[in-house]
Design a protein around this ligand. Structure first.
Ligand SMILES: [Cu+2]
Length: 492
């Protein structure tokens, strides 16, 4: 054991794993018997399944030790930029939250070395795996928790197939991001075979404005993510028109998410327990992914277009929702002679719609509320980048601002505006989230993508090729980096 461990450490140290928690890409860590996954177009003639792509999340490389596939996971704090400019402190694995995706084949013997670089004990549970109980990672029940600075080596043979995941079995750590996809490819490829196979992990965080650390106890989640990104920072799924597609949805949070696809009907072909019999495949376009569940959906992408794929809970289609305090009560300057509360428009006495208060409370409650600005919950229409030089605080490269798109009598319409404030992209920021996968989207699109939302882009051959070409250029130019100023260094 010790000599093998020594050898492994040399190999990994040589590859830089111990020097840095960053995940090595498959290219860097090619080893005998290893397959490059995720970067290449699917090859179909060798009978192997399509590699799963996890947009915005790296794959976990492995090495072969005899007939054992050996992986190395490091539990650690990570900085994650969930939308441009919003970097939060999460906990994850190998520099990523969610952690890197593990892909194995049914029947594989795997060894997973788990190092704990957190300031507290952790555990690693293999969700739904049929493994010996001492490998289950249930702290206190099947093993001692892994102490800070400690390590536990898991080893088991996997005879299942399907969309599984790994996660810390410390509940609060789950809410800090500690989960990753674990795909087990079946021995015999499922029919009908899919051309594209994607994994998306659904997560949610409660992070107040100006705070970087999620409150893992709070249940009012205001940041909702696909693979660690909120719209418009999510990376679209790129599909050639006519291809059969599988999307593996994994949920580990406090909410169940009804995930809805535009423009297509799909069938649910798998759960967290593996493949479903074809007799159960009824058509739908929304699938409820409950907590601790996974759902595989499949469809033929025969309807060209840029189709939204999103959680349909209205609050999950927003970014950084918080109570509207400032803007709703704003007026031109603070009236003289008033204290702060009244200056901010807070009601101290009387009715909000009284003649006395009505005009001065900032939400257009009555006649005379001329001092207020109109506010909209819908995104501002896309203006030219770098507009609004008069608002230095709002200036950021590529931010597109224009006037709120509201009617002139908006303030007299009951229900307008609503009681929420969105810190996130109420403004279009196409250029800030520019990447090959977004090429050719409608100008201003980014102002309307928020929360658990991405695009399924069903593209005709020429457009598809164009994006693949741009992708290749990006990788050739800088295989290690996304080319976005200010973006966290992440692999895809
Ligand atoms: Cu949701």
């Amino acid at each position: 054991m010790s000599s093998r461990r020594g050898f492994l450490q040399n190999v990994l140290a040589g590859a830089g794993i111990f020097a840095s928690a960053r995940v090595l890409s498959a290219q860097e860590m090619q080893m005998p018997g290893m397959k490059r996954r995720g970067k290449k177009e699917t090859v179909h003639d060798d009978g192997s399944p399509a590699a799963v792509q996890t947009p915005d999340v790296p794959d976990l490389p492995f090495r072969m030790d005899g007939n054992v596939k050996e992986f190395h996971l490091i539990a650690e704090p990570v900085k994650q930029e969930i939308v441009p400019g919003r970097v939060v402190d999460l906990w994850g694995y190998n520099g990523s939250a969610p952690g890197p995706t593990i892909q194995v084949n049914q029947g594989d013997r795997v060894r997973i070395i788990v190092d704990n670089h957190l300031p507290e004990a952790t555990s690693m549970h293999w969700h739904g795996f049929e493994v010996p109980v001492e490998m289950d990672g249930a702290p206190g029940a099947s093993q001692d928790p892994i102490a800070p600075g400690g390590r536990f080596v898991y080893e088991f043979t996997l005879n299942q197939e399907g969309t599984y995941f790994y996660h810390s079995h410390m509940a609060m750590q789950e809410m800090m991001g500690m989960i990753g996809a674990f795909v087990m490819h079946p021995k015999n490829v499922h029919k009908p075979r899919v051309d594209k196979d994607f994994a998306i992990i659904l997560q949610e965080y409660a992070i107040l404005p100006n705070i970087t650390v999620p409150n893992s106890m709070n249940m009012e989640f205001n940041w909702l993510t696909f693979n660690g990104k909120s719209g418009p920072a999510t990376t679209p799924l790129i599909i050639r028109q006519g291809e059969r597609v599988r999307i593996r949805l994994i949920n580990l949070g406090m909410d169940h998410h009804p995930i809805h696809l535009h423009g297509h009907q799909f069938v649910v072909t798998g759960t967290e327990g593996g493949r479903q019999p074809e007799s159960t495949w009824g058509p739908g376009n929304t699938v409820l992914v409950g907590v601790a569940q996974s759902r595989d959906v499949e469809f033929v992408a025969n309807n060209p277009g840029d189709w939204m794929l999103h959680c349909h809970l209205p609050h999950h289609m927003m970014n950084q929702m918080a109570s509207m305090v400032g803007p709703m009560s704003r007026r031109n300057g603070m009236p003289a002679g008033l204290d702060m509360e009244r200056g901010m428009g807070m009601l101290r006495q009387g009715s909000a719609t009284s003649e006395e208060n009505g005009p001065s409370l900032g939400r257009g409650m009555g006649v005379g509320s001329t001092a207020e600005q109109t506010m909209s919950n819908s995104p501002l229409t896309a203006g030219n980048p770098m507009q609004r030089q008069d608002m230095p605080g709002m200036q950021r490269e590529g931010m597109q601002m224009a006037k709120p798109d509201v009617s002139t009598n908006a303030n007299s319409v009951p229900g307008f505006p609503q009681d929420a404030f969105m810190e996130g992209p109420m403004m279009a920021m196409d250029r800030m989230v520019d990447k090959p996968e977004n090429f050719g989207l409608r100008p201003g699109w980014s102002g309307f993508m928020a929360g658990m939302m991405t695009f399924v882009r069903v593209l005709p051959q020429d457009k598809y090729d164009q994006i693949m070409e741009l992708r290749k250029k990006r990788e050739d130019k800088n295989p290690m980096k996304m080319e976005m100023p200010g973006m966290e260094h992440r692999h895809e």
